[in-house]
Design a protein around this ligand. Structure first.
Ligand code: ZN
Length: 277
């Protein structure tokens, strides 16, 4: 599931490729999209693109906003495709032919003859066309951004509950999910189920959070799962991965075996030797 670094990578790429372009038309087979979506988005120019938590927001001309939450497997692609026997086939860029890039459910036709597509294998992505009031209300419950929160705020709000769950709670702090919470806690030598961290421990988690998220943004995210950048290429965070989905493998710090446990309906991977409860 794309988290802050992957969504930021998408936003950076989108700003490079589609800012100031106009949507001429749209094709979709997405069930969640309302009927007048096509009519309303036609002729709108993309004025601004930014990220809030794991949402991508396009500000369009005429006071409309396009909000996309990639959920499990959504990512944007830019290029050219043609429809052959009902299937979209990429005609530009070999990376677009990657198996993870072939689940197109939304295709925008732009005013430069290029296309912007959303590939979404699991089809859970949230796509909404909203007015100003609606977008504000959609985003109002989100906690502060992980890369912007101050240490003081962090100490105050992350004290309660099991640390991994709190880190992933978008109402407390936004942008972190399963991947980066595992990574941050491995680097911090903190057990995912640990509660009531001391100020010293919280400072370590805070510093690692900033370091890891910034590094992951620089490396264009992870592509161990489905995520690809706008050209269909993989991110480079995989080489840095220490805990996430490494259960059964050796801890890269102490050599003991990484363990996986269930935690509030999700899973946590950690080293039971380095990260003691
Ligand atoms: Zn270890």
């Amino acid at each position: 599931m794309p988290e802050l670094p992957e969504v930021q990578t998408m936003v950076n790429d989108l700003n490079r490729k589609v800012l100031n372009r106009t949507f001429l038309d749209v094709w979709t087979d997405a069930r969640v999209i309302v009927r007048d979506f096509k009519k309303r988005i036609k002729g709108r120019k993309i004025k601004k693109i930014w990220r809030r938590a794991k949402n991508i927001i396009f500000e369009l001309s005429g006071g409309l906003f396009l909000l996309v939450h990639p959920k499990m497997t959504g990512h944007f692609l830019y290029g050219e495709w043609e429809q052959i026997n009902g299937e979209w086939v990429a005609i530009s860029g070999d990376e677009l032919k990657d198996s993870r890039n072939r689940f197109l459910h939304l295709v925008f036709f732009l005013d430069n003859k290029k296309m912007l597509a959303l590939s979404d294998m699991r089809r859970f992505a949230k796509i909404k066309l909203l007015g100003k009031k609606e977008i504000d209300s959609e985003l109002k419950d989100l906690g502060p951004e992980a890369l912007e929160i101050t240490l003081e705020q962090f100490n105050k709000t992350l004290k309660k509950g099991k640390i991994k769950q709190v880190l992933m709670d978008q109402k407390v702090i936004s942008g972190i999910g399963n991947i980066y919470s595992d990574e941050i806690l491995w680097h911090s030598k903190i057990h995912p189920e640990k509660k009531s961290l001391t100020e010293k421990e919280l400072k370590i988690v805070y510093d690692n959070m900033k370091k890891i998220l910034n590094l992951a943004v620089k490396l264009k995210g992870e592509s161990f799962s489905n995520f690809r950048d706008i050209e269909g290429k993989k991110g480079f965070y995989d080489k840095e991965r220490k805990a996430y989905k490494r259960a059964g493998q050796k801890c890269l710090r102490c050599g003991n075996i990484i363990k996986r446990i269930k935690l509030g309906g999700r899973s946590a991977s950690f080293c039971p030797y380095c990260q003691k409860l």
